[in-house]
Design a protein around this ligand. Sequence first.
Ligand SMILES: [Zn+2]
Ligand SMILES: [Zn+2]
Length: 386
Amino acid sequence: MEELTDADIADLTALRRALHARPEVSGDEVETAARIATELAALGVDHLVTGLGGHGVAGVFEGTTPGPTVLLRCELDALPIEETGTPPWRSGRAGIAHLCGHDGHMATMLGVGRMLARARPAAGRVVLMFQPSEEDGRGAIAVCEDAAFADLAPDWAFALHNEPDIARGVAHVPDGLSSAPSVGLRLAFTGVEAHACAPQDGRSPAAAMARLMTALPALSRGAFPEEDFRLVTLTHARLGEPAFGIAPGRGEVFVTCRTCSDATLAILETDIYALAQATANAESLEFELTEHDRFLAGVNDPDAAHALRAAASAVGLEAIRGSPLRASEDFGRFGHDCPAALLLLGAGPGPALHNPDYDFDDGLIAPGAALLLRAARAVLDGAAGI
Ligand SMILES: [Zn+2]
Ligand SMILES: [Zn+2]
C-alpha cells in the first residue's frame, strides 16, 4: 500500500501548522494560494492552473496513457473568528483562524501529491483541486463555472472533511445525501421614521418583525436527515438605530434555512417569502428579500461512495455509511457534473468545527492522503467492481 514516509509526515505537519498561522478568509486567499502553487510546482506537477474561480489552484498529474480524470478537492479558506486555542502555531491574524480544518485538508492533499509525484497514474490523470471560498458557498460554483476549469472537467470527484463529532478511526460515507443544502435569507422592512413622542405619525416594522421572529422558526419540522426535515434558524435582527428619540422606520431579520433536498429548500423559501410579504402588507411596510450563502445539497453517488468506503477500509479505518453532515458543504456542486462523494473522517472527540478552540488533528494527514489516493487509483484502474 502506498503510504507517506515519516519524513513526509513531519514536513506536511510543519506545513499544516504554517498554514494555520497565516489564515485568510473566503475570497481573500492570496498568500495561501501562492504557497500552495509553490508546493505543487516543487512536486513537479504536469500542469499548474491558478486563479480558478477566484484564488483556486489546481495541480495535474498525468498518467502515461489517456483515461478518466479524477478530481480530489480541498479548501483554501479560514473563518472570521478569533482563535481562543493556544497552540504554538496559533493564528497570527486577529479575528481570523483555520477552525474548520482546511489547513489540514490542504496538507493531506499535498501528501497525495507527494505520492503521485513518485508514481504517476498508469492511465488517466489526477487533478488536485485547492478550492477557494468554501465557507460562504461561493467557491465550488465559481470554480465549476470558470472557463479554465473546462480543461480539468472530472469524470469522478472525491473530497474528505474531518469531523470531530465522529470517533477517530471511523469514516462516514453515506449513500445519497452527504451534506444538507442551506441558504441565508435577509428580510428587510421599510416603513417611516417618526419622533419617539409621536410614533403614530410613522410606520414601525417592530410588530411585523416580532411576529416573524416567532413564526419563521416555527416553520421548522421533521428530524434530520428525513426528507421532510426543515430548519429555520434566526441568526440576526436589527431595528432602527440605537437612539431614544426616534421611532424606527427600518428593520431586518436574517434567517438560515436548512433541509434535506434542494427541492424542499425551494418550497421552504417560497413559504417564507409569502409569510413575510403578507406580514409586511398587514403593517403597510415595504418588503425586500435577498438570498446569501447558498449551498446546494451534497449527494454521494453510490459507486463513488463505495470507492471511498473501500479505500477507507483498506487503510485501516472503520468505513460505514453513517449520517450525512447536517452542516452544508459546497462540494455538492462537483456532483452535478460527475459521480462524486464526500467522506467524513472521524477526528473526535474534541472541539467542534467552527468552535474558537478547534484545531486540526495532524494524525489524520497520513490516513487521509492514503485513502484519497487509493480511491483515485481504484476508479482509474476500474478496480473494486466500479
Ligand atoms: Zn467550515
Ligand atoms: Zn470545512
